[in-house]
Design a protein around this ligand. Structure first.
Ligand code: HEC
Length: 115
């Protein structure tokens, strides 16, 4: 390959694959997840009643590995409102969301209800 072809291929690769560091996970969460899970991870009451997981729950965090969280986001949970996001989000975005979800953890005593 000529250097120009290589540069072209690299430019395409960069366009097609946002580096993990460039992903604004808070923004993606706001766009795709907040409606159900709430800004802080605690779902609005009406959604909690529909079975939406509280992503700030420290006990839930302790019960899941990062890999399990990644899978839930990528594949969704069958027969629930939680759909699979692997078609609409890049794997780097999903990895960034796992870290973001981890950052939502709070101890039960400091959890705040949202309406
Ligand atoms: C339409 C509502 C809805 C949207 C939008 C949604 N979720 Fe969920 N989510 C749910 C529900 C309902 C559950 C509980 C599923 C179950 O019972 O296992 C859930 C569960 C989860 C879980 C926990 C799975 C487990 O292991 O217990 C994670 C993590 C999660 N969602 C992350 C996300 C992320 C990240 C997004 C955005 C990309 C998102 N969700 C968007 C409704 C939603």
């Amino acid at each position: 390959m000529t250097p120009r072809v290589i540069r072209g291929a690299m430019a395409l690769w960069l366009l097609a694959s946002p580096a993990a560091a460039d992903v604004d996970a808070a923004k993606v969460f706001e766009d795709k997840c907040m409606a159900c899970h709430g800004k802080t991870g605690t779902p609005p009451k009406a959604f909690a009643k529909l079975g939406v997981r509280d992503l700030s729950d420290s006990e839930w965090h302790a019960s899941r590995t990062d890999e399990q969280i990644r899978d839930s986001i990528a594949k969704g949970a069958e027969d629930t409102l939680m759909r699979a996001f692997d078609k609409e989000l890049h794997s780097d975005e999903i990895a960034a969301l796992v870290r973001f979800v981890r950052s939502l953890k709070t101890e039960a005593s400091s959890r705040r209800e949202e309406n």
